[in-house]
Design a binder for this molecule. Sequence first.
Ligand SMILES: [Mn+2]
Length: 443
Amino acid sequence: MSARQTQILFVGDMHLGRLPARVQASDRLPPLAELGPGAAWRRTADEAVRLKVDAVALAGDVVHGAGDTFEGASELATGLVILARAGIPVLAVAGNHDTRVLPELARHGGITLLGPEGTWSFADIAPEGRPAVRVVGWSFPRPHWTDSPLAVAPPPAVPGLVTLGLLHADLDVPGSRYAPVSGAGLAAAGYAGWLLGHIHAPGAPSTSGRPFYLGSLSGLDPTETGVHGPVLVSVGEGGDVAMRRMPLAPLRWLAVDLDLEDTREPAAALAALVYDAVAGACEASREADDATLAFGVRLALRGAVDDPAAVRAAAVALGEKSESMPAAGAVAFLETITVETHQRVALGEAAQGDDPPGLLARRILALEGADDVPGVDDPAAWRALLLTEARRVIHDVDHLASYRGLEEPVSDDEVRREALATAWALLEHLDQDRKGRHAPDPS
Ligand SMILES: [Mn+2]
């Protein structure tokens, strides 16, 4: 660090009070509390002290919700005490989860709330002998807010003063109930950067004034994959701005694909193949100064195999053993293994037939995006039709009373993969029926 730089550490959604979901219980893994947002926040505070940053800025959803307020507030206090002892000020905006609790915590001291009640306000970080930086922020007034924060103009950029925007909002989602805001509108403010809370997937830091998401400080469930941690902003004497994500989250989620297509006897070798794939993926995700303690891996097996049933059985056995394993200087565990392998079949050949396997083979070819499907004039149009049918089936299931409230929007690719899996399962079943007819009766 140059002594003449001003540094601010920006922190995305923490949801303090929550513990990460879906972590395996294992003696080899650190306790859950060491892997969650509270631990990530403590590490962030320690790092802020070590780097002697000039301020820490929180982008909202600091504390998860009413039920977790006590636990969340106590975790927050731990970090605030560390920062207060070092004389590091903390700025924050409220997100949709902490419209009540954050202003209250701010009143107790230790946090400066920016933009209370849906207004814009700013704080200048101006350490002696170093460049001043202005942080402008807007806070959620209520858990739902359908107006754009830009409905009220943010303070204009001041020539010669580096200004950074801090905001919890839904970027480029018109009609959102979570402070919908236009990225172009934010960029037009002429600030050096916009550091956003709300979406938990971390975006690429941008110093060109384009907004980006800080992402959750620590992945809260297996869908929050990748490198999570705060973003360090450094401003030099000439007003040059640099941003760097610090990989401080103790838990990292990875989605790993293992293709078994070219493997001999994949069922027998599955455990070794999986350990190699997991270790390789953890190693590949490792950053300089990586502080990951545990990797949670969602593994998908793919490809054509001779004996899909044997692969499924081996995957179930491996899942039941649920061992954690050393990986990339930390510990990895398998959160789930999904089996998307399928029967090795000459599809083009099978699709020539008008029998049930042939009709299924045509559907598989179409769903896989083939340009030529025997007996089909326009495979693309047919694929669209198949997906519409599949989506209707999913929609009917989604709206059963028992699933109400669980439904999340299903992507086109998820629909396609689900339809493909069903078609492959049927094809395998037909194949077994055919073989069964010739096999001796087991009874
Ligand atoms: Mn959030």
